[in-house]
Write a protein of this length. Structure first.
Length: 473
């Protein structure tokens, strides 16, 4: 009979794969931290992943052994269950003791956030087999590194590889949470290609490549904004406005992006539709000015109490609404954020271990594992809270920047209107203006024209496009 992977590992350490928790207790009681990988393997076998985290962290912090193949396999298996965030908090010099693909991926993420792009690529340079669970995510990271370091050709190549590898993993994956993560990773690789083309100024190519993302994708709503900007650079302002109007759909009320209104006002301005641009600015101030100050004060008042931030999103998901429209939209947006969902899913998986803890007959071992589990779950909750805090602060900064942009647009519109008056150019009234004509439409061979004379798509948020005539002289 073929032995399981964990059985082989446990036998390598000289322990029967069917050993009970008593074996784990003996290892812990011995005080020999060099045997902690064996202890972690037993806990993994019992699906006590979060309870095992402190043991493997302590082992990495105290051992002098480097690149132990057996330990690397244990780390890969554990991290694939609990997520990378639990180990990102460890210093790089401790993580570098392992050559596990998941650890190299974590090290690359840390270097990427620090702007050390070449160092991040070095961590990913060693071969990670295509079958390894971390491979699609490593390719996404590698492509992103090439993109931000202005190596768009390499980025495109890696993103294409990422899509293919992710598809292979998706076909084999049964766990719904991992399947969601894989699909999101694949889709970010899909849009990584037009992003690289956009960075190269290849707006026509990017325009076509963006259409490769399915509307059923979890990330499609956020990518609409990028498509709108791409159309703006193509000077196709009607299509920009069409992309942005999609956000008016009731299903997108959770989207938090004040810059949508900025781009809308800019597009009207480029069409010399001054009244439309001015109204967009005024609507923006009406929507954000009242609640913005209290929103920022609320965030500042919470400091770094990560437990409170965790509770904020949790309570909002349970229907508890705050008396601030900006905060409510921000919390709704975070609750659907892929990174948040991954963290929260891991947290819930960790809490499942509380029930499994009842099967530990040794009272002293159960007390130790309970303490471990509490430590790991508190860490996971704080990681969630820290992420939420970062997102809320990012939203606050976006609002401030959008107010600055809107102030500029408001002044620019006044200036343009003034110039027209001085030049004795007659301002066209709304009544006289032809607000739409299909003659102003542009479309590619990937798009269709629908008149909507009685038609109705109950399940479709089409690619809308305005047909406004420019009034620029």
């Amino acid at each position: 009979m073929k032995k399981s992977f964990l059985s082989i590992i446990l036998l390598t350490f000289g322990v029967n794969a069917h050993a009970s928790f008593q074996g784990a207790w003996k290892i812990y009681q011995s005080g020999d931290k060099s045997r902690y990988p064996q202890l972690v393997s037993e806990l993994i076998q019992e699906k006590m992943y979060f309870s095992a985290i402190p043991f493997i962290k302590e082992y990495l912090a105290t051992t002098n052994r480097v690149n132990d193949a057996v330990v690397d396999k244990i780390l890969d298996e554990l991290i694939s269950e609990v997520g990378v965030k639990q180990f990102e908090v460890l210093p790089s010099n401790i993580l570098e003791k392992s050559n596990a693909p998941t650890i190299r991926y974590i090290l690359a993420r840390k270097a990427f956030r620090q702007g050390k792009y070449d160092q991040a690529l070095k961590y990913l340079d060693k071969n990670i087999e295509d079958w390894n669970p971390v491979k699609p995510f490593a390719l996404l990271l590698e492509g992103s590194i090439y993109s931000v370091s202005k190596r768009e050709e390499q980025a495109t190549r890696v993103f294409k590889e990422c899509v293919d590898v992710a598809e292979t993993h998706i076909k084999k994956e049964k766990d719904k949470d991992r399947l969601r993560q894989l699909k999101i990773s694949r889709d970010y690789c899909v849009v990584g290609i037009p992003r690289a083309q956009f960075a190269l100024g290849k707006f026509d190519a990017a325009y076509s490549s963006y259409l490769d993302l399915e509307k059923s994708s979890y990330i499609w709503p956020e990518i609409l904004f990028e498509e709108a900007w791409n159309s703006f650079y193509l000077k196709d302002y009607n299509r920009t406005l069409g992309k942005l109007v999609t956000y008016k759909a009731p299903v997108f009320t959770y989207i938090f992006n004040p810059e949508i209104e900025v781009l809308k006002a800019l597009s009207y301005m480029e069409l010399c539709l001054w009244d439309d641009s001015k109204k967009t600015v005024e609507d923006f101030y009406t929507k954000y000015e009242k609640d913005n100050e209290s929103y920022k004060k609320f965030i500042d008042s919470m400091g770094k109490d990560y437990k409170q931030y965790y509770s904020l999103v949790k309570e909002h998901s349970e229907g508890k609404i705050k008396n601030n429209a900006i905060l409510n939209t921000a919390l709704a947006s975070i609750a659907r954020d892929p990174a948040y969902l991954e963290l929260y899913s891991s947290f819930n998986a960790g809490r499942d271990e509380i029930e499994r803890m009842k099967s530990v007959s040794n009272d002293r071992l159960r007390a130790v594992l309970n303490e471990n589990l509490k430590e790991s779950l508190n860490m996971q909750r704080n990681l969630i809270g820290s992420y939420i805090r970062g997102q809320l602060q990012l939203f606050a900064a976006q609002i401030v920047r959008s107010f600055e942009d809107m102030s500029y647009i408001k002044l620019e519109v006044l200036s343009k209107r003034k110039t027209e008056l001085y030049d004795n150019v007659s301002l066209t009234t709304d009544a006289a203006r032809a607000r739409g004509d299909i003659a102003h439409l542009r479309r590619s061979d990937k798009q269709y024209f629908w008149t909507f004379n009685g038609e109705f798509w109950a399940d479709e948020l089409g690619d809308y496009v305005f047909s406004l005539k420019s009034e620029c002289k």
